[in-house]
Design a protein around this ligand. Structure first.
Ligand code: CP
Ligand code: NVA
Length: 303
């Protein structure tokens, strides 16, 4: 298994499946009152250059739950804010802590930290990927829908960091993925090409949401303007309007389809209030599962 988790393609399908299986076990054990303290005496630093509710809190709770400690550093708290080179930051931090969990902008930032860090670097969201999130989302799908190879999963909306990680998950874990994105807002072309080259199941990309959602077992969406794209918000609102996940779109899906959203959600934009609050949405399970997957990731990569 690789040392760092920068993108899902860093791991084999078997390794990703093992992380999800471990998270499912840990979730069950927690509910039965069994706790592991395998990271006693260990410390991770969370270096977050963008806001976070779920990822930050669930990583912190995961680490404390495993007996370890956390240091949270926001964008302004380190000398990165004053342009200290990433390679210096990485080598210094590795002398103090046992892992770095990083949320930032360019993927090249986590790549550079990983190149110089002697301790694992975990991507907690970049502009290109959100790998830990998609692992917990796949875990949620397995809980609600069973084995992945029989499923059709749809992605509706922006071809963003989440979409890119879903594409890599489909290729490695083996499930059919149908994406519908507006023209000009497609996922990363190289990621898609690479994933299709290795995938056993189809990964399709269309512009029509109803086509992607047809008979889908799972429907996924995410915000139309990601963190860092605030100045594009208005233009995106107009372009993405036909991509809202609402009750009418849901009718095209399989009758028992579940709806995922990594949150935070913008009701009335990418998802309607009725769908988000309706019986098919599993977003609260999805949010909980972030904590279990983070425990599995920390316990695996730091040991
Ligand atoms: N889903 C997710 O990553 O949420 P946060 O931005 O709150 O961490
Ligand atoms: N695509 C979103 C995900 C937020 C968790 C963003 O990058 O802002």
């Amino acid at each position: 298994m690789g040392k760092h988790l920068l993108a899902l393609a860093d791991f084999s399908g078997a390794e990703l499946a093992a992380l999800i299986a471990r998270a499912l076990e840990l979730k069950q054990e927690t509910k039965n009152g069994i706790h592991h303290r395998s990271l006693g005496g260990r410390t991770v630093a969370l270096v977050f250059e963008k806001p976070s509710t779920r990822t930050r809190v669930s990583f912190e709770v995961a680490m404390y739950g495993l007996g370890g400690q956390v240091i949270y550093l926001s964008g302004w708290d380190t000398q990165l804010a004053r342009k200290e080179p990433l390679k210096d930051m990485a080598r210094v931090m590795a002398r103090y802590v046992d892992g770095l969990v990083v949320r930032t902008y360019g993927q090249e930032i986590v790549d550079e930290l990983a190149r110089y860090s002697e301790v694992p670097v975990i991507n907690a969201l970049t502009d290109l990927h959100h790998p830990c999130q998609v692992l917990s989302d796949v875990m949620t799908v397995i809980e609600h829908k069973g084995p992945l190879d029989q499923l059709k999963i749809a992605w509706v909306g922006d071809g963003n960091n989440m979409a890119n990680s879903w594409i890599q998950a489909a290729a490695r874990l083996g499930f059919a993925l149908a994406l519908a994105c507006p023209e000009g807002y497609e996922p990363d072309r190289d990621i898609l090409q690479q994933a299709r080259a290795e995938a056993a199941c189809p990964i399709t990309l269309v512009h029509n949401p109803a086509e992607a959602v047809a008979d889908a077992d799972v429907i996924n969406t995410d915000v139309w303007a990601s963190m860092g794209q605030e100045d594009e918000q208005l233009r995106r609102l107009a372009v993405f309007r036909p991509y809202q996940v609402n009750t009418s779109l849901l009718r095209a899906a399989a009758p028992e389809a579940i709806v995922l959203h990594c949150l935070p959600a913008h009701r009335g934009e990418e998802i309607s209030e009725a769908v988000l609050e309706g019986p098919q949405a599993v977003v609260w399970d999805q949010a909980e599962n972030k904590m279990h997957i983070h425990r599995a990731i920390l316990a695996t990569l730091l040991n």
